[in-house]
Design a protein around this ligand. Structure first.
Ligand code: MUC
Ligand code: MG
Length: 372
């Protein structure tokens, strides 16, 4: 008898951030994770996670809507079904429900974790095998204050925890942002890569001026300068500047990647399991990008340990991750709900070992931080 899916729980968990995290569209003081627990008829459990940034500030799914989608629509389609064939289960979900990739990413992750535990293989083994065990991770400076950001960067460089930095800009006047970025780049020096993420805040003309200034300041990459749906602006800017563009909000799934590449985009793409609908789906984006000569970057929606590890298993299977990753989400939160936290060292992180994701929930912490 194949094991069947017995229960699916979606739990809202709120953990304060270590400092305010300021982006162009919101400032975060807390991160909310939707933790998904899928149990099969043998008693094994798979873990998944969906997060986003600032409620509805980043995209059309909020943590609360992810929970509602799972409880009301996705779980009833999965309960009682054989647990062992993830592709069949995903076809079943996608035949009856559209979009909602964050919710589907949490479900796909939990099914992979469950499958790995049943077969005694890691999630990266299920995805074809890890090429990397230690994966580079940058840090985002987003305190909103130039001097604080410089202190933060210098202590992280000294501790060898991170050597590359992403700065969140776009909420201030252009030249204020440029001065902020240039001061940080001058303070950290040439050995650190400094990139910026504008989170769609600029129109094309502002972006053109901003990119010229940032290029002169020695910045290595500009992430999503213009609105996500304006693919033509992203293409024109990528033709105009040597400074590479990282497409983030513009590319969720493999079809988006294909359209942007066909439109003539050159640069790189932020892969995110949340945007794509799970680790398997995010690797499909990577395949299309690679075929089009677009560079790869392991992106985050500031997931906690479960979501970050799911992404790390996927990124570990990629031959080249040209721009590294930003899987630092667990470090932005004051606490964690797992027994063993990730091991960040030497400007990167160790891929956990063991069956499935290789993670165990700390039940006391989960009980403490779950939304009452
Ligand atoms: C984004 O837009 O890239 C990733 C790092 C960070 O600080 O925010 C995110 C989301
Ligand atoms: Mg981004």
């Amino acid at each position: 008898m194949p094991e069947s899916i017995q229960s699916i729980d979606a739990i809202l968990v709120d953990i304060p951030t270590i400092r305010p995290h300021q982006l162009s569209m919101t400032t975060m003081a807390v991160q909310t994770m939707v933790i998904v627990r899928i149990k099969d008829s043998s008693g094994l459990e798979g873990l998944g996670e969906a997060t986003t940034i600032g409620g509805l500030a980043y995209g059309p799914e909020s943590p609360e809507s992810v929970k509602l989608t799972i409880d009301t629509y996705l779980a009833p389609l999965l309960l009682g079904q054989p647990a062992g064939n993830i592709n069949t289960l995903k076809v079943r979900l996608n035949t009856s429900t559209r979009g909602n990739n964050l919710a589907k990413s949490a479900i796909e992750t939990a099914l992979l974790d469950l499958q790995g535990k049943r077969l005694n293989r890691s999630v990266s083994d299920l995805l074809g095998g890890a090429v990397h065990q230690h994966i580079p991770v940058l840090w985002t400076l987003a305190s909103g204050d130039t001097a604080k950001d410089i202190d933060e960067a210098q202590s992280l460089i000294a501790a060898k925890r991170h050597c590359d930095f992403k700065l969140k800009i776009g909420s201030r006047a252009l030249m204020d942002d440029v001065r902020h970025v240039a001061a940080i780049k001058a303070a950290v020096g040439d050995s650190a890569s400094v990139r910026v993420d504008v989170n769609q805040a600029w129109d094309e003309a502002t972006a053109a001026r901003g990119m010229a200034e940032l290029q002169a300041a020695g910045i290595d990459m500009v992430e999503q300068p213009t609105p996500m749906k304006d693919l033509a602006a992203l293409v024109r800017l990528s033709e105009k500047f040597h400074l590479p563009i990282l497409a983030d909000e513009a590319v969720a799934d493999a079809t988006d990647m294909y359209r942007l590449a066909c439109a003539g985009f050159a640069g790189a793409v932020a892969l995110k399991i949340a945007k794509a609908g799970g680790p398997i789906q995010a690797l499909k984006v990577a395949n299309v990008a690679s075929a089009a000569g677009v560079g790869l970057y392991g992106g985050t929606l500031l997931e906690g340990t479960i979501g970050s590890v799911a992404a790390l298993h996927a990124w570990s299977t990629l031959d080249k991750i040209h721009w590294g990753t930003e899987m630092f989400g667990p470090l932005l939160m004051k606490d964690d709900i797992v027994v063993k936290r990730l091991n960040f060292h030497n400007n990167g992180v160790e891929l956990p070992t063991g069956p499935g994701l290789g993670i165990e929930i700390d039940e006391d912490k989960l009980a403490y931080y779950r939304r009452k």
